[in-house]
Design a binder for this molecule. Structure first.
Ligand SMILES: Nc1ncnc2c1ncn2[C@@H]1O[C@H](COP(=O)(O)OP(=O)(O)OP(=O)(O)O)[C@@H](O)[C@H]1O
Ligand SMILES: [Mg+2]
Length: 376
């Protein structure tokens, strides 16, 4: 599996200086004072990976450059400046990416090739010729991921990222269905946590139906159930049907993991016949709660766990900005352990202020982002 080993960020923590952050651990935890740059660092990493995958993450912060070192030897570069470019603009190349001051050089080069903002010059033109009004966005994005070490895969960069920030999920690719979903009654435009959860539940249902589900057996059980809908099933038959039912839907590792959390609150997540996830309160086993009626913390937790489980084999770097925000302290203590269990080969870079998030999972490395800030 490919992953990020090191990140270089220029002109964020200290003016005109590059900070190199070693993230070569399964879990890297960013800590540090408010405003020290934790969310900015996660946003920059996500922007850089999105761009290298030909996607875009509209990240408002500008005037920085970044370098992402991947395990397979690739180095992704990205710079963002809030100034217009001339028609003959060409992005600078990083000359010797392994050198400590290469980002500084690149940033200086970049700044020398862009124009000052003036009243006439209100449009930014990207490298691909796309125009943007300065009042709606203030970024120009320049990428250079051309330096590929021999032997690296020919297509794609082999790493995608998922950013959870401000309690919303941002995938590398824009979720196409997102707009279509607005036609559904239950979605207001802003309600993207719900949208994310819905899409993840549908994806989960499709994946599980394919892999963990014996549909013939399931149909047979359904027929027997219908046959006895008005009368009592003989005890011996009922026992056999219950046995078959458990074989037809073997317990998924996902359900086992997710119910570590829900058993703490007297609840349980289970599958419906259509493999949709639903919640029930253990003391009222006959009633179930639809996914859109779950609490905010329950939705957030399910999204985080589903996203990890469904992307576990896709070289995904999970960038989670304060994932603990709506979770009880006991859930916080379990979160990284479970994410790691569901996606053991994935990489997690997390920011938090919560001591409960730290020290519970294997492979953690804690970085105080404040150590990169220096008063000149
Ligand atoms: N355009 C800008 N130029 C300079 N500084 C900026 C700009 N935009 C934001 N900042 C500052 O950058 C700092 C870093 O913000 P960031 O959101 O990364 O902090 P954080 O470590 O995530 O903090 P918190 O723990 O409060 O979430 C803040 O002080 C913010 O005000
Ligand atoms: Mg933050």
């Amino acid at each position: 599996m490919n992953r990020i080993t090191k990140v270089g960020i220029h002109n964020i923590f200290t003016d005109d200086e590059t900070a190199f952050i070693d993230v070569d651990s399964p879990i890297t935890i960013f800590t540090g004072y408010n405003g020290i740059g934790k969310s900015t660092a996660l946003g920059i990493i996500h922007s850089t990976i999105s761009l290298a995958n030909r996607g875009e993450y509209l990240f408002p912060r500008s005037n920085w450059a970044s370098q992402i070192f991947l395990l397979d030897g690739r180095i992704l570069n990205h710079g963002k400046v809030a100034r217009p470019v001339s028609d003959d603009f060409s992005p600078p190349q990083i000359k010797n990416p392994q050198k400590e001051d290469s980002l500084k050089q690149y940033f200086t080069d970049l700044n020398s090739r862009i124009l000052p903002i003036n009243k006439k010059n209100k449009t930014l033109v990207s490298k691909d010729g796309e125009k943007r009004d300065l009042r709606s966005t203030n970024v120009l994005t320049i990428a250079d991921s051309s330096r590929v070490k021999k032997g690296a895969a020919a297509t794609g960069i082999g790493v995608q990222s998922l950013l959870y920030c401000d309690e919303l999920f941002n995938f590398n690719q824009d979720v196409d269905q997102s707009e279509r979903l607005e036609e559904l009654d239950i979605f207001s435009k802003k309600n993207t946590l719900d949208k994310t959860l819905y899409l993840l539940i549908i994806e989960f249902s499709m994946v599980e139906t394919k892999t963990n589900f014996n549909s013939e057996l399931h149909d047979l059980i359904k027929q027997i159930d219908e046959l006895f809908s008005d009368s009592e099933m003989p005890l011996s038959l009922r026992e056999r049907v219950e046995d078959l039912r458990s074989i037809s839907t073997p317990e998924s590792s996902f359900l086992t993991e997710v119910n570590i959390f829900f058993s703490m609150t007297g609840r349980e997540i289970f599958y419906t016949d259509e493999k949709m996830l639903q919640l029930r309160v253990k003391s009222r086993p006959k009633e179930s709660v639809e996914w859109f009626n779950l609490s905010k913390g329950e939705k957030t937790l399910l999204c985080l766990l589903l996203a990890a489980y469904l992307n576990k084999d896709k070289d995904t770097v999970f960038l989670l900005d304060e994932p603990d925000l709506s979770l009880h302290i006991k859930w916080q203590k379990q979160l990284l352990k479970s994410l790691r269990a569901l996606a053991p080969k994935s990489q997690f870079i997390i920011s938090t202020h919560s001591p409960a998030m730290i020290g519970n999972a294997e492979g953690e490395k804690i970085i105080n982002v404040g150590s990169f800030a220096r008063v000149k």
